[in-house]
Design a binder for this molecule. Structure first.
Ligand code: SAM
Ligand code: DTB
Ligand code: SF4
Length: 344
């Protein structure tokens, strides 16, 4: 059995100061360099991440983003994590695209509760032309409420991205999910390159990119490093980076995956912060299973955005009152403005 004497000996230490901005390592990021960050002693890693965070963001500012599933279930793709894939028996009831007034009511409620970003999700492999026309109307209506708009609709053609931009779409969410070499184990109805192509179309249309991944899907530490390297090496890296902890939904192929060690999840947040210093790093799915202390560590590691509202797309999220209390306890403030800029 391991004893305390088996631990690495303490280094002779001089007093640490936060690294000056110029010392923050820059990309391109090799997988090995990201892995070296992930493997750092926990306190050193958090110290570095917090220093990077403070150099780029006002301390204590947390973005609240509310999700709404505007078209639910019945998806033809086979993403192993997803409760909305038609081929998995998850009990999710398919629903067609919501009407404009229903979406506006939900967006108004989100804004009144303090959200500044509203993200509309649709369980499509790729929207058809007529779907994009309808979503453009939703985007315009939500934007009219003074909210930042985000949509996640699957693969986009260049003209779809341009139409959404013209309607006022601020962000498009399209996750790389995992490392390229593990992707085929998770989904085989599309390729990693398909994801990269859509991200390029979104970027070319002038929409800000929201792109992250999921951990806790049976991936190795090298896959985790590979995901971060992919994200950080996008040129430019995404403005928003959601880090999701798998919500294990019965009926999905990944329902029995071993959960990620919570401290390893915190490490992922820290490394996202260090490698993508100006991005909004979002502590995303999985907060319901996390507890306050782990979430607090994620904020310390540089997370500055959460999904806010009782539901993610089809699964649960901490309720609003619990989140308000958590932010209050930690002395964190909800971000008040919705303008975009370097810190958006
Ligand atoms: N159909 C579109 C797509 O796949 O891009 C948009 C909706 S899809 C549900 C958006 C993202 O949610 C996925 O890329 C995945 O990263 C995340 N997601 C889906 N199911 C999840 C789960 N069970 N746990 C954590 N994240 C999940
Ligand atoms: C993201 O990275 N996570 C969100 C959002 N982008 C669309 C989705 C999480 C989904 C969790 C499972 C569900 O409720 O469907
Ligand atoms: Fe469909 Fe998106 Fe779910 Fe994949 S993640 S099954 S594309 S809704």
């Amino acid at each position: 059995m391991m004893g305390v004497n088996d631990l690495p000996a303490a280094k002779a230490v001089t007093l640490h100061r936060p690294p000056a901005r110029a010392e923050v390592p820059r990309g391109p990021w090799s997988v090995a360099a990201v892995q070296a960050l992930l493997d750092k002693p926990f306190n050193d890693l958090l110290f570095e991440a917090q220093a990077v965070h403070r150099a780029h963001f006002p301390e204590g500012d947390i973005e609240l983003a509310t999700l709404l599933s505007v078209k639910t279930g019945g998806c033809p793709e086979n993403c192993g994590y997803c409760p909305q894939a038609a081929e998995f028996d998850t009990g999710v009831k398919a629903q067609k695209l919501m009407e404009v007034d229903e979406v506006v009511r939900a967006a108004q409620a989100a804004r009144d509760a303090g959200a500044t970003r509203f993200c509309m999700g649709a369980a499509w492999r790729a929207p058809k032309d007529r779907d994009v026309e309808k979503v453009a109307v939703l985007v315009e209506a939500v934007k009219g409420l003074g909210l930042q708009t985000c949509a996640t609709l699957g693969m986009l053609k260049p003209q779809h991205a341009q139409q959404l931009k013209a309607a006022g779409l601020d962000y498009y969410n399209h996750n790389l999910d995992t490392a390229p070499e593990y992707y085929g184990d998770i989904v085989d109805t599309r390729t990693y390159q398909d994801r990269l192509d859509t991200l390029a179309h979104v970027r070319a249309a002038g929409i800000s990119v929201c792109c992250g991944g999921i951990v806790g899907m049976g991936e190795t530490p090298v896959h985790r490093a590979g995901l971060i390297a992919q994200l950080a090496n996008l040129d430019p890296y995404p403005e928003s980076v959601p880090i999701n902890s798998l919500v294990r939904v019965p009926g999905t192929p990944l329902a029995d995956s071993d959960p990620i060690d919570p401290l390893d999840f915190v490490r992922m947040i820290a490394v996202a912060r260090i490698t993508m210093p100006k991005a909004r790093v979002r502590l995303s799915a999985g907060r319901q299973q996390m507890g306050e202390a782990v979430q607090a560590l994620c904020f310390l590691a540089g997370a500055n955005s959460i999904f806010y509202g009782d539901k993610l797309l089809v699964t649960g999220n901490p309720d609003v009152e619990a989140d308000v209390q958590l932010l209050r306890k930690l002395g964190l403030r909800a971000r008040q403005t919705t303008e975009q800029g370097a810190c958006a």
